[in-house]
Design a binder for this molecule. Structure first.
Ligand code: CMC
Length: 427
């Protein structure tokens, strides 16, 4: 029994209710007992955009938005980015602990040996128009995978779940690379199992006539860090979609296609694409003050700034800024970076952004790095979806095994027409 309580007095009836407080929350269902009479449905909460509603208990990712802290399973993301690789972090996020050497080897082997997709997936992807948006292709192809693995519907079977988890993590880079090659009119490149997760991804993206592709170690490492930073972010829009769709016991491919669709939006994973467009429109550092003024006048947003949870510098943005330096040493400096740095400097000194606690988020610099790597802006949300696959699947698995979770089904406040009669048709 909880030690802490909230006492509510209903002024409509004069009755008082004592609700338990657990971990800083009251249960919305406890409010249902608050009624004006026995026919009353009971009190509900109204929370558009779920601004103040915890929809789950989760042990995966911790964020302190005010302090700018991000931890996966208790480990600070800064340490993970520095001392581990993406597949180890994927293992940690999914299973709760860092893998030992033996586990790491087995896990890497399993993922590496599921990277191929059925040839019909290739054919399916070839049916898209030459200029199809890569994210549209990605979403559709992930959904199509469910028809190749009908056994994935057995979501309550733990072994079965694990098999689909491995398949999805292994195959998303292949699908992502095929969307890119398709846009370029290049033949699709098969995975190379001798390479690392990110090394193989670069191989499938950029291999041309060479018999064996050798990924650039600096780019391979930069990509690995970017993937670590994007692996999970607790109950964001797309993860919420994954959980909501998964709560109906849909297979993980279908649920993940929905999650990826949520990621596609410009306020979520589509933001880095918007950042690049914004920087290109600004075009010159001299145009920044005028641009900032337009934002302050409400004529648009400073894309890559602001976050629902972080009211401080997004810790991922800080690490990404360092990665940008490493990449630019390799590829040569991108002039958009100078515009971005100046834009950040000016915004962080401006009362509008200070008072609203608007800081750069993960998307502010990631797009500039991807562009330097030779990726078109349309690939940016796909680059976000590859690592986030891990987070989506870990959260999905946590939801499936949580005895408190049921099918997600919010309530509404009906504000439409009261019941009325449709006039009878004349004979
Ligand atoms: N530029 C200018 N003003 C902003 C911005 C921005 N980027 N973000 C928020 N504001 C203002 C907003 O107009 C509001 O002002 P006022 O109080 O005068 O009405 C105030 O700040 C609070 O903003 P909000 O819209 O209530 O904040 P939110 O928590 O609903 O939105 C957000 C969060 C990320 C959608 C929003 O900050 C935004 O649209 N940012 C730009 C898009 C972006 O960079 N998205 C990537 C997010 S991080 C990666 C991811 O989640 O995928």
């Amino acid at each position: 029994m909880s030690e802490e309580h909230l006492t509510i007095t209903d002024d409509r009836t004069g009755k008082s209710y004592k609700l338990p407080i657990e971990e800083g929350t009251v249960r919305a269902m406890d409010l249902r007992q608050i009624k004006t009479n026995e026919h009353d449905f009971g009190l509900m909460t109204y929370d558009p955009a779920l601004m103040n509603t915890a929809s789950t208990k989760s042990a995966i990712t911790f964020i302190d938005g005010d302090k700018g802290i991000l931890e996966y399973r208790g480990f600070p993301v800064e340490q993970l980015a520095e001392r581990s690789n993406f597949l180890e972090v994927a293992y940690l996020i999914l299973f709760g602990e860092m893998p030992n050497e033996e586990q790491s080897t087995a896990w890497t082997y399993d993922i590496t040996h599921h990277t191929f997709v059925h040839e019909n997936i290739k054919t399916l992807m070839q049916a898209f128009r030459y200029d199809a948006h890569p994210m549209g292709m990605f979403i559709s192809t992930v959904a199509a995978l469910s028809t190749f693995y009908p056994e994935a519907k057995q979501v309550s079977d733990a072994d079965n779940r694990l098999a689909q988890i491995k398949r999805l993590i292994a195959k998303v880079p292949t699908i992502a690379a095929y969307t890119f090659r398709h846009n370029r009119g290049l033949r699709y490149v098969y995975p190379d199992n001798d390479l690392s997760y990110t090394g193989n991804f670069l191989n499938m993206m950029f291999k041309m006539t060479e018999t064996k592709y050798k990924p650039n170690p600096a780019l391979e490492h930069a990509l690995d860090v970017l993937f670590i930073l994007h692996a999970d972010h607790e109950q964001n829009c797309s993860t919420n979609a994954m959980r909501a769709i998964g709560s109906s016991c849909a297979d993980p491919y279908s649920a993940m296609a929905g999650a990826a669709a949520a990621l596609y939006g410009p306020l979520h994973g589509g933001a880095n694409e918007e950042v690049l467009k914004m920087l290109s429109r600004i075009d010159d550092k001299r145009n920044i003050p005028e641009f900032i003024q337009r934002v302050k006048n409400g004529e648009g947003k400073l894309m890559g700034f602001g976050h629902r949870v972080y009211k401080n510098y997004d810790p991922r943005a800080r690490i990404i800024k360092r990665v940008a330096d490493e990449v630019f040493e390799m590829t040569g400096r991108n002039r958009l970076l100078d515009i971005a740095l100046e834009l950040e400097r000016i915004a962080l000194e401006d009362e509008y952004f200070i008072s609203r606690k608007l800081y750069p988020n993960v998307d502010f610099y990631s797009g500039i790095i991807y562009q330097a790597m030779g990726l078109p802006v349309t690939m940016f949300p796909v680059m976000f979806a590859i690592p986030r696959t891990v987070g989506w699947l870990a959260q999905w698995q946590e939801m499936i095994t949580d005895p408190e979770q049921k099918i997600t089904r919010p309530r509404q406040i009906f504000v439409g027409q009261p019941r009325r009669e449709l006039p009878k048709k004349k004979d």
